[in-house]
Write a protein that binds this ligand. Structure first.
Ligand code: SF4
Length: 291
């Protein structure tokens, strides 16, 4: 891999007059000794698996072993049928699809970790919902997913993408940055706009803690997927309007790492702090272990 930073990526794209997805598929092809067409087929398979997870999630109300979560995504279409969401159909679908995938994850259904299982709903929701509403072809969706993959890969070169290492900013935060970049690509933005979208998404979620109640990837993880999917759209829209992050993406990634190091271990997936230590969380914990 010759690209280690967003600066390298933008330079290479500019020198070769290529989009991020083109560089991503070429790098992946070289790394795995496959041709670009094979890489694209594999990415398409991931995309289809993401959509399958959304479909399965939408059809199920089965709760997880905890009994707390698993039936939220079906509540959204019921409400939206009676009264459309203020932000329109795309918002309705993004929030519903993000919950559907995250709920499928808690049921141990098949999902695509993107970049992690806890944050699996964000990228699929944005790609699927916007594609449906904007009639974006599958080939463009694959381009978007490749763009997301490159963004996630470059962040992971510097920071391990795990709540236990750097908090939820490294899971749902990075997923949101990936989705923002994918969305800009699918909507016809250029390389700089893709990177700016990722930067805007990531820098505005720095410091997000990981404090799952009872150590389960349910509370607050599931709903967080819906919020961070919408966050990605905000970043993409701003970037497409020409709004730029004053802090470059590479420095934001450095800050993500440092912030993760500064974060108390109580807030890094230990369930010893934050929401996991609230009165209600402790009551839930008692009930769960009684079960
Ligand atoms: S709160 Fe922690 S476990 Fe839940 S999605 Fe975020 S990083 Fe993952």
């Amino acid at each position: 891999m010759t690209i280690l930073s967003f600066y390298d990526l933008e330079t290479k794209c500019s020198e070769q007059n290529k989009a991020i997805y083109e560089i991503a598929q070429e790098e992946e092809a070289a790394l795995s000794e496959e041709c670009v067409d094979v890489i694209r087929i594999k990415v398409l398979e991931d995309l289809l698996a993401m959509k399958e997870a959304i479909k399965n999630g939408l059809q199920s109300t089965e709760k997880a072993v905890s009994g707390w979560c698993g039936d939220d995504c079906v509540k959204l279409p019921k409400r939206f049928e009676k009264r459309a969401a203020l932000f329109g159909k795309t918002f309705e679908k993004i929030t519903t699809y993000a919950l559907a995938t995250a709920e499928e994850n808690l049921r141990m259904g098949r999902i695509v970790a993107c970049p992690t299982a806890g944050s699996c709903g964000i990228v699929p929701a944005v790609i699927a919902a916007v594609s449906e509403e904007e009639k974006i072809q599958e080939v463009q969706q694959v381009n978007g997913l490749l763009t997301a993959g490159m963004i996630g890969l470059l962040v992971s070169n510097k920071v391990q993408l795990a709540g236990a290492v750097a908090g939820c900013q490294a899971e749902c935060g990075v997923a949101s940055a990936m989705a923002a970049g994918a969305l800009v690509q699918m909507l016809g933005g250029n390389v700089q706009e893709c990177v700016q979208a990722a930067a805007l998404a990531l820098k505005n979620i720095l410091g997000l803690t990981c404090d799952p109640v009872c150590g389960l990837v349910e509370v607050p993880c599931i709903k967080r997927n819906a919020f961070l999917a919408v966050h990605a759209v905000t970043a993409a829209e701003l970037a497409l309007c020409g709004v730029e992050s004053k802090i470059p993406m590479d420095e934001i990634v450095d800050t993500l790492k440092i912030t993760g190091q500064l974060m108390s271990p109580l807030l890094k997936e230990t369930s010893l702090g934050g929401l996991a230590k609230t009165k209600t969380a402790q009551e839930l914990e008692k009930k769960l272990f009684k079960k």
